[in-house]
Structures are given as C-alpha cells and as structure tokens.
Ligand binder design. Sequence first.
Ligand SMILES: Nc1ncnc2c1ncn2[C@@H]1O[C@H](COP(=O)(O)OP(=O)(O)OP(=O)(O)O)[C@@H](O)[C@H]1O
Length: 278
Amino acid sequence: MRVELDDITVTLGGRDVVQHASLVAEPGAVVGLVGPNGSGKSSLLRTVYRAVRPRLGTCRIDGRDVQRLRGRQAARAVAVMLQDPPTDFDLSVEETVMLGRVPHHASFGRDTAEDVEVVADAMRRAEITDLADRMVATLSGGQRQRVMLARALAQQSDVMVLDEPSNHLDISHQHELLSTVRSLGRTVIAALHDLNLATQYCDHVVVLDAGRVIAAGPPQQVLTPELIRSTFRVDVRVLGGHDPVFGFRRLEPATERAAERAPEPSSHDLRTESSIPT
Ligand SMILES: Nc1ncnc2c1ncn2[C@@H]1O[C@H](COP(=O)(O)OP(=O)(O)OP(=O)(O)O)[C@@H](O)[C@H]1O
C-alpha cells in the first residue's frame, strides 16, 4: 500500500510541532524518518496510525484518508511498534502476540488454527518462541520490544509504523529486526536515531528538523556529512567504501564556531579529510 502524508501540520500544547511536512512511502518501500530529539518524528508518525489528528493536511493510505477509515479497517491497514513497549501487560508473550490477530476477528470471534499458525510464525521471526509462556512484565526491555515486533507481524497489515523500534535491542537484534521488516515487502515508515541503520535498510529517508522536512531522498544522497553536521551538530567521518559507515564525534565549541564562520566544505572533502583525529 502507498502511504502519502500531504502537507501535515500537527499542533500540540498550542505549538506547531510538525509544520507542512509531506512524504510518500511507495508500496513495499522502507522509509526512515531521522532528526534530532523533539524534531517531530513521533508526532508525524502518530498521524499515520491516528493517535493524532493533524490540524492541517491529510494522511492517505492507498488514496484513502486514514481519519475516515473505520477502527477495524485502520487496524488491519496499519501495525505499530512503539519505542517504549508497555510494561503493565498482565499477559503471556503468546497472548500478547495473539492480540495482533484481533483486527482479523469477527466480533467475539475465537482464535482460529490460522491465528495460531500466524502467531507461531511471528514469534519465530522475532526470535521469542522460547519466551512464549513468560509474562511480558517479567521480560527485559529488548525482549519486550521483540514481543511488540511479533505482535505487529501477526497483525499482517500492509503498512508498518515503527517508532524508534531498536532502542532497547542489542546490535545483532537491531539488524535482525530491520532485515526482517525489510524482507516482508510491506510499506514501512520508521523513526530511526541510528543513521547507519537508516543508510543500510531504508530505501528513502526524510530528515526532520524543528518540525520541518529539510531533506528527503535515497539515504546515500541525503545523509551527507554536511547535512548530518548541521542538523545533529556532530562531526562526521565516513568509513568504508561501497557500504559506508558513519563515525561521529561531538563538535567542539571552537570547531563549531569556526564551522559556522567558514564556508561548508564539499561532500568530497569531508569524506576524504576527516576532522576527527585518528
Ligand atoms: N502531548 C504533547 N503536548 C505538547 N507538546 C508535545 C506533546 N507531545 C510532543 N510534544 C512536543 O512536540 C515536539 C516534537 O515531539 P516528538 O515526540 O514528535 O519528537 P521526536 O522527533 O519524535 O523526538 P525524540 O527523538 O526525542 O523521540 C517536542 O517539542 C515535544 O516536546
């Protein structure tokens, strides 16, 4: 399914925390939302799963305004994985993953053999089969996050919204999660803090700063050292060749002032002559 955010403005606490933001996620594409803390990533994502109604603009899924979808239709269309999974679940892991099947049930419907199969497959993909009988409240943050991934997978929606899905995961599970999500062929919009993960797994990235989209496109074109430096206020070194990896270092105040006075070096200069001592 195609997701289109068209000129979205979100107002919270009397302030426009997202301003005239637009993006398109083509069917099956993985789109990364990146930007500093408070830049509006979660607020923009929340318009997709209807936790927030934009003051201006429209979010459409396959041309249909999400605000006009009925509850069950919306839940079948969009699965959500949030950055801080709830801790107050009085349910086992398997029961929690089974909640992902609710949008597929008729009212008061029972779990079907297909539900059981889909849930088992989702738990296997999220590598939590051995945790099936544990209570969610007793799990670590990373394990809970994998339960939420399994629940989102079991929902079998065409669109997945991930809000900083990997913040509790170890490196191996971060890669596992994004490669699993990528392999599903669903349309994914994910807020990501890790620019290396965004570069590796996203087809398209959108950079937000102070509520506005300041750049968008393929990660290799958009996430240049200049953009990262000016948006995130860090020094950047690009390591590696074909699959570049970023290394970061805090901008020293003096360097920052000098950088503000001096013209920006070209992308080529920064890629070959890092200001980070080796
Ligand atoms: N319910 C709310 N009421 C008032 N302001 C809010 C509310 N929720 C978020 N904000 C503000 O909106 C702005 C954008 O927040 P948002 O959570 O969308 O940013 P973010 O880019 O996802 O940040 P982070 O990287 O820290 O998760 C912030 O200034 C935040 O304080």
